[in-house]
Design a binder for this molecule. Structure first.
Ligand code: MG
Length: 309
């Protein structure tokens, strides 16, 4: 019998770091308040499954993101384990100071590459938002805290349509020069296709952005999340943002489908012999448990396949 073993395709890395965004990006738009205890248990279950980067919460004002109003309690209650990073989104200097006061050792800022989304989400122009982040990033770096810069709408924007690569390059190079240690390229409305992923990565590296600093954050709105990720890995990316069970969407995307599900990616990477350190069966258990808490099934194909087998 021919056994189709683990064939790593040309150009793929030996291992990939998953940045698990379920507890923050995944939950932030949940309309019904999720108990702090549920959030804490979710994070613990993700760490139990082997995740080493778990975006825990956000310091955004509760007026904007009521679901994450308990950021402080979540951070105080989570058993922050050695070897696991728990990045926290901070919107401004006050958010950074609160995060540092809570012993946070990894932060993220959330930028937009389009004027329309900067206006809608941050109520600022792109340049004004970069000016606002400059002292936040500088202060975090002074405290030796790594800063991830999210870039949203990297391939398309609901108001502006297709986003030109040079617009992304401009914001990416600005964030790197401000001190960001990592950039996460967000396909916020899920419109990217593999050729455009390759083109943007080439444009960024040609502009001097080191590929090691680039992470990708795909949404599965049009079913392209895995294909886009595979191409990014073949171009040298080794950090991928995904959400356990496919939790979360974008309030500006028409379809309910959102973040690429961590399970869907792990199934693919396990099959390709690319290590992630995450135990798929344990992760599925965590997502099934979370889906029960939220009262609706996970949209992840792999979670559903596990449940029906
Ligand atoms: Mg997302």
């Amino acid at each position: 019998m021919t056994r189709y073993g683990l064939e790593r395709l040309p150009g793929l890395p030996e291992s990939v770091t998953i940045c698990e965004v379920g507890p923050r990006d995944g939950l932030q738009n949940e309309p019904v308040p999720v108990d702090t205890g549920v959030k804490v248990e979710f994070i613990e279950r993700l760490a139990d499954a082997g995740h080493t980067v778990i975006e825990a919460t956000s310091m955004v004002h509760p007026k904007w993101v009521p679901q994450l109003a308990d950021a402080e309690q979540v951070l105080n209650r989570v058993d922050r384990r050695p070897g696991v990073r728990y990045p926290v989104l901070v919107p401004n200097m006050r958010g950074l100071e609160r995060a540092l006061g809570l012993g946070v050792t990894d932060i993220a800022v959330f930028a937009s590459v389009t004027e329309s989304f900067a206006k809608a989400n941050l109520n600022r122009t792109v340049d004004e938002s970069l000016e606002m982040f400059a002292p936040v990033i500088a202060k975090a770096r002074e405290s030796d805290v790594p800063v991830r810069g999210y870039l949203s709408m990297c391939w398309g924007d609901p108001w502006e349509g297709e986003v030109p690569a040079d617009q992304v390059v401009r914001v990416a190079t600005a964030l790197i020069s401000l001190g960001c240690t990592e950039l996460s390229l967000g396909d916020t409305i899920g419109v990217a296709t593999p050729g455009r992923v390759a083109a943007l990565l080439r444009a960024l590296t040609a502009a001097g952005v080191p590929i090691e600093r680039i992470a990708v954050h795909f949404h599965d709105t049009y079913g392209q999340g895995l294909a886009n990720t595979l191409v990014a890995l073949q171009h040298g990316v080794t950090t991928v943002d995904t959400s356990a069970g496919g939790l979360g969407g974008c309030p500006y995307a028409k379809s309910a489908t959102g973040n690429l599900a961590t399970e869907d990616l792990i199934w693919q990477l396990d099959g390709l012999g690319v290590a992630t350190g995450v135990d798929l069966a344990k992760l599925v258990e965590a997502s099934v448990w979370m889906a029960e808490q939220l009262g609706r099934p996970s949209p992840s194909a792999v979670v559903r396949a596990f449940q029906s087998s």
